[in-house]
Design a protein around this ligand. Sequence first.
Ligand SMILES: [Zn+2]
Length: 160
Amino acid sequence: MVVYKKRILRNNQICEIILDNLKENDNIVKKEDLVKRLINWASLSTIYRGISRLEKKGLIVAFDAANDKYIAYIGDRSNKSLDLAFFVCDVCHQRFWLKLSNTTLEKIKREIKKLYDFDSKFVLYEFHGVCKSCLLSKKSNSLNLKKEEINHENSSYANR
Ligand SMILES: [Zn+2]
């Protein structure tokens, strides 16, 4: 029976550690990174068991974004949900995300609740496009190109 107690404790501990890790990382982590951080503390099966226990409790949500697995802490918010905008740059493959708070979203969720009797706890928007730094480097590239064109024009003008 001591072994049984130990196992319970370990499961509770792993849940606490997972939640701590999520909170330290602004409530969203890549599953792969979480496992890497916790693998020295617990076995892979204990970590996965902890994740599924927290999922069943409704404290976290596991989701796929841009072909990767993520975990987000949604907490015990009774009538609130986590609305996440996930951005993927198709040029440099950088990902970043924002938590949204918008009254239009609240309205949609209320409508969904009314129409389908579905309580939204987590809403994910995935945006694919070009990030700021890629846009800037694209712009400066085209500026350089223009400069070269101008230089070329100037030189051809000078050769006349
Ligand atoms: Zn980019």
